[in-house]
Design a protein around this ligand. Structure first.
Ligand code: B12
Length: 234
């Protein structure tokens, strides 16, 4: 299903990339589904081709930057902030450069009625936690693609909890598709491998969290099916 997208990306063809994503939209898929069903499989295939040395790093970079551009250009202009929209700060861990997923979940959060603040790749722990401490958001979403980054994630979560005690901590990314049990190692409120579960969590939680000081948020939140609530919850 993602074959035509792989071809368009490797050819660097913006027109065809945009057309394929627009057709999926017209068929009723939202960005969360488009990402899960089209973009992730296409980039996974491109990653395998790169690992087998069938394509170069330059071709992989071309494909990634093309998807990033098309997603960003297709996004609705954010305009006025919806009143009472809860804030979510989104960041890749220190040392984590896989930022396309973050770009996409930022747009999905906006579509779900949240106000995303996207910090991008390789965010140092100290900078992230200082940022959260100054203006605690209702949630923080950490994206992690490489298994070796689990210890960094665990330490980052510990510091986030200290800096912004009421902020919900969401963790996700590619590694949880490969090993769903890794989530149990983390002290997160919500762990999911995919953006569809995240979209559902954001929709469900939006009303409960509204815009209010994070420190006064309810202790427990409902978790939609599909995501993985932390055992024992917070
Ligand atoms: C593009 C890419 C890169 C680019 C990233 C550029 C960018 N702007 O993002 C660059 C060139 C930087 C890169 C570097 C490396 N990469 Co790379 N990369 C990829 C590739 C091809 C695609 C990743 C991608 O964007 N996928 C599409 C997005 C949309 O999917 P996603 O990231 O999974 O995000 C979705 C979900 O996970 C979820 N999600 C994401 N975040 C969150 C957060 C929350 C809270 C939730 C709920 C959900 C969620 O929603 C997202 C949207 O659908 C993958 C191949 C693959 N199988 O994924 C390899 C891949 C991940 N890379 C790999 C490797 C080895 C590397 C390098 C080590 C290579 C090197 N020797 O330098 C470095 C490491 C850099 C680092 N320290 O981070 C390997 C990892 C192998 C492993 N051990 O697991 C892969 C699998 C390639 C391969 N087949 O070998 N890479």
């Amino acid at each position: 299903m993602s074959g035509p997208l792989v071809l368009a990306l490797l050819a660097g063809c913006e027109k065809n990339t945009r057309r394929i994503l627009q057709e999926a939209r017209a068929a009723g898929a939202d960005l969360a589904r488009i990402s899960t069903e089209l973009i992730e499989p296409a980039l996974s295939q491109i990653g395998e081709m790169w690992a087998r040395q069938e394509i170069s790093v330059a071709e992989e970079h071309l494909a990634t930057s093309l998807v990033t551009r098309v997603i960003t250009n297709a996004a609705e202009p954010s305009g006025a902030r919806p009143s009472g929209a809860p804030r979510i700060v989104l960041a890749c861990l220190s040392g984590e450069f896989h930022a396309l997923g973050l770009r996409i979940i930022s747009e999905v959060a906006r579509e779900a009625g949240w106000e995303p603040e996207e910090l991008g790749p390789n965010v140092p722990r100290a900078a992230l936690t200082a940022f959260l401490g100054q203006r605690p958001p209702q949630a923080v979403g950490l994206s992690i693609s490489l298994p070796g980054h689990i210890p960094e994630c665990s330490e980052t979560i510990r510091l986030c909890r200290k800096a912004a005690p009421g902020t919900k901590i969401l963790v996700g990314g590619r590694i949880f598709r490969i090993d769903p049990d890794l989530g149990a190692l983390l002290d997160a409120d919500f762990v999911a491998p995919d953006v569809v579960s995240l979209r559902d969590w954001l929709r469900t939680s939006r009303r409960a969290l509204g815009r209010r000081p994070a420190s006064r948020m309810p202790a427990r939140l409902p978790h939609p099916e599909g995501g993985r609530p932390r055992p024992g919850g917070r």
